[in-house]
Write a protein that binds this ligand. Sequence first.
Ligand code: NDP
Length: 285
Amino acid sequence: MEQGQLIDGKAIAEQVKRELKEEVEEWTGKSGKRPGLAVILVGNDPASESYVRGKVRDCEQVGIHSELIRKPETIGEEELLSEIRRLNEDEGTQGILVQLPLPDHLNPERVISEIRPEKDVDGFHPLNAGRLVTGLDSLLPCTPHGILEMLKRSRISVSGKHAVVVGRSNIVGKPVSLLLQRENATVTMCHSRTADLAFHTRQADILVAAVGRLHTITRDHVKPGVVVIDVGMNRTPEGKLAGDVDFESVRPVASHITPVPGGVGPMTRAMLLYNTIQAAKNRSS
Ligand code: NDP
């Protein structure tokens, strides 16, 4: 049976990182400094530990200086905010990232809002979110930006297409909808209260699934020739990592599809490096 073409996020991310490494060398050559990323990890959540280790490794790969700041699970909000304020003032730190989720006693909105917007390399600060909505330049959230970059580098045109986004979170669904619209797609947003999800998703030329639930998108949810971007990261009952899309049944009808793992995840990581370099350049320009 014919199969939809795989969009190899891992390979595209490696290419992006090679380009970023050159940009870091050039910036370092001019400024005599390395771009610096500070990552704050509160507590010892194993998934967060592993993400943070990945981010530190990625930085090493392209020549960004990274500092991992560990704080105990019990840290008070004021102490965390004052650490952020210290980093806001630190000349050697161009990017600040607070690994989410935070323990329940800490308010993530307050914590993220404390980061200086020019150093907000996750692109979650309300000011950066607002700039995105109004079409101004900003540090873009990494997953949505990675998706757009992956489409561009796979030569999949967006303009005039009908994009359907399932999920409306602030970190994926909403910003990816805005970026697709910025690229002149006609965008439909779906969520948990959408009546007849399959009716909407079957209209999609480009379908982005950002739900966090296995097999939300099956063969019945797509039309032939669709481009499928699977953001979800779920565990199967066997403990394997899998997306929101039933890959086996959807791939044969899709024109292109991202795998999980190896699709959106590596692009998200690459775009964090992109933002850190961008923040460093913005500061020196
Ligand atoms: P959230 O839980 O914040 O949002 C999930 C969205 O899905 C909500 O808008 C929710 O609707 C919607 N939803 C839930 N159930 C359904 C349903 N049955 N039908 C339609 N819509 C539904 O998740 P995130 O956006 O943070 O993440 C989504 C997934 O992407 C997760 O698996 C996450 O792990 C993964 N992820 C992957 C990244 C990567 O780099 N690969 C990066 C970030 C996230 P409502 O608003 O009505 O509740």
